[in-house]
Design a protein around this ligand. Structure first.
Ligand SMILES: Nc1ncnc2c1ncn2[C@@H]1O[C@H](COP(=O)(O)OP(=O)(O)OP(=O)(O)O)[C@@H](O)[C@H]1O
Length: 263
């Protein structure tokens, strides 16, 4: 995955900017047929034990391809299997049957350690609440993974610092780089959370209800920002949401019903 995300500067989506259209969708990063899917799920079945002898089928034969640069929403009733699909796509849960391939590597055949390594490199995850660390500044949240890596060199740390600053600048938070979560608004915290997930230039971004803690205006801004970042970073984004009013910002909406995906 390229670091194209750092090459363009983008004003946060909740700020007015006449330049946004010009920065959107560089041809190289736009979703294109024939590209290796960032995520490919084939016939995934996920069963949980249910009662003494029964099983609950959370995923019932799900197949899905997500191309680089595509922005996909997933909606569906509570308990229909949306979070289960995100967990399977992230390699956090191994499906009962079926395969999951991320950036060309089938993760269902990997060891746990290999899956963790691949996740760190190729998969960004964003959850409902920005789970930022209270004692770290915005910049330190982004640099944390590199600082925890015993093998990281000084050059790696320096590169992480400059990428963190570029990403914060890109979402209009350079001025808040040294602030801790309690000094940031809810929308600002979620923007830190989003760019933190992009630090490793992942192929796939999995997002679980990113707007549930935000008001309507901030929610619209976050959904739009995710679209901007998806397209120019060339990442494939799969976002679970209950906010049907923002679906027009995405390229495609999938509906999960009883463990099955409907386009
Ligand atoms: N760890 C688990 N053990 C047993 N059953 C589970 C487990 N996790 C989820 N389930 C069941 O699997 C089904 C799908 O759950 P899942 O969380 O994927 O739904 P969802 O569409 O994400 O729901 P929501 O919109 O409420 O978050 C549900 O019936 C749920 O009760």
């Amino acid at each position: 995955m390229s670091t194209a995300a750092t090459d363009l500067r983008l004003t946060a989506a909740d700020e007015s900017s006449a330049d946004l259209d010009a920065l959107r969708t560089p041809a190289a990063a736009a979703a294109r047929p024939g590209a290796t899917p960032a995520l490919s799920v084939r016939d995934a079945v996920l069963e949980y034990p249910d009662g003494d002898n029964g099983v609950l089928r959370a995923l019932d034969g799900v197949s899905l391809d997500l191309l680089p640069g595509s922005y996909t929403a997933m909606v569906g009733p509570s308990g229909s299997g949306k979070s289960s699909l995100l967990a399977v796509a992230a390699g956090l849960i191994t499906p009962t049957s079926g395969t999951v391939t991320v950036a060309g590597r089938e993760i269902t055949g990997l060891t746990r350690g290999e899956r963790t390594a691949l996740r760190g490199k190729e998969i960004g995850m964003i959850f409902q609440q920005p789970n930022l660390i209270a004692s770290l500044t915005a910049r330190e949240q982004l640099e944390l993974t590199v600082h925890l890596d015993e093998d990281a060199t000084r050059a790696d740390k320096k590169a992480a610092r400059s990428r963190a600053m570029e990403l914060l600048e890109r979402v209009d938070l350079a001025g808040q780089a040294d602030q801790r979560p309690h000094q940031l608004s809810g929308g600002q915290r979620q923007r830190v959370n989003i760019v933190r997930a992009l630090m490793a230039s992942p192929a796939l971004l999995l997002v679980d209800e990113p707007t549930s803690a935000l008001d309507r205006e901030r929610s619209a801004a976050v959904v739009a920002l995710l679209g901007e970042l998806t397209r120019d970073a060339g990442v494939a984004t799969l976002m679970v949401t209950h906010d049907h009013e923002f679906l027009s910002a995405t390229d495609r909406t999938l509906t999960m019903v009883d463990g099955r995906l409907q386009d």
